[in-house]
Design a protein around this ligand. Sequence first.
Ligand SMILES: Cc1cc2nc3c(=O)[nH]c(=O)nc-3n(C[C@H](O)[C@H](O)[C@H](O)COP(=O)(O)OP(=O)(O)OC[C@H]3O[C@@H](n4cnc5c(N)ncnc54)[C@H](O)[C@@H]3O)c2cc1C
Length: 394
Amino acid sequence: MSDTTADFIIIGGGIAGASVAYELSAKGKVVLLEMESAPGYHSTGRSAAVMSENYGPALWSRLVTASRGFYEQPPEGFTDVSLVTPRGALFLAKHDEVEALFNQAVELSSRGANIEIVSAEDALNFCPVVRSSEFAKALYEPDCKDIDTNALMAGYLKALRIRGGVLKVGAKVERISRTDGVWTVSTRAGEFTAPIVVNAAGGWVQEISDLAGLPYRNVVPFRRTAVVFDPPAGSDVTTWPMTFDVAETFYFKPEAGRIMVSPVDMALSEPCDAQADELEVAIAVDRIERFTTMSVQSIKHKWGGLRTFAPDHEPVIGPDPEEPSFIWLAGQGGNGVMGGGAAARLAAAFAAMEAIPQDIAALGITAENVSPGRACVVDASGAKPVVGDIEQFA
Ligand SMILES: Cc1cc2nc3c(=O)[nH]c(=O)nc-3n(C[C@H](O)[C@H](O)[C@H](O)COP(=O)(O)OP(=O)(O)OC[C@H]3O[C@@H](n4cnc5c(N)ncnc54)[C@H](O)[C@@H]3O)c2cc1C
């Protein structure tokens, strides 16, 4: 097979595309197409890079559970460094959120996750800057890990190369057509053909589906802002956990000796090179100063990134209802790195027309509950959400 003919064409060189390319390269010839000059430039390179089984909606958090084994013990030769390192996560609940915290604890324990419920005062043992008077209880998840996203991407792409797969950068997909059971994908770097296409284009998945002539689906990007500042002088932040509030108004974590904070904004966006929003930067600073004892002297760094959702925030993985040879791997929201390993195995099973991997099925993931054909994604009205109207995604 030449480098322009493949069994599987994957569109999008973020974590979704790289991971499914890795999985499918064990089953056939793969071409991975990325429009930028390097993979991982968009959402994948802008995440907080943590893995928590208590983060995100139900099905995504189960995919995190199913990804953990790969990240903790990758196959021989995949990488020379640890893909994950201990971080810990602390979820802070106010008095009226304690019941929700206990429900999370029960659900997490049922999946075998280690957790501890502590008083707000005792939460200071994990993170000494929490303003404990603002909270009643906290859930501590010791097994939350930092993910080395660069090493993970490098591992996937190295294995892809070794297995004969091809990564084409600068290959913006501009036209897609299908004749006699074969897709032709035209890019700025040439034309590629394959019987199966995987749509892993992150915030651009709808544009790719439009190019393929398929109906509108409700999988759209939202911007999130992140800010980095210096911690109080003399503090050793290395062991601080990723700290969230249960109401989801902020999170912060150590980042190379500094503190990264997000006001967890969610603003509907066009697919684009996302930037930090100035109002959200100010909100991030305000939340840090209200809910912790830290003050922000100056912003060292800030950025924006896209998180792409279906209205129910759950994965959109599987064949398009109109065209079974067009496989979606989308709607990663805030779980795309941490749940990416299992999501890729699931998408690869659909692309290769195999059964759902047993460990994933055992967690209650079915073809139906992640299908691009489920009601909220198909959106029978065909109406596109307008910028500023996020109610149906709330
Ligand atoms: C601030 C922030 C914090 C986050 N924190 C976490 C976290 O702690 N843990 C976690 O798991 N997730 C986190 N996320 C979410 C995570 O980053 C995403 O879920 C994940 O990166 C999505 O990966 P992706 O491959 O789908 O998208 P992307 O990385 O955006 O990849 C899509 C790729 O498709 C390419 N593409 C688009 N159109 C075309 C075209 N026409 N032709 C060719 N290529 C095309 C793009 O260039 C892009 O490289 C966070 C996100 C943000 C913004």
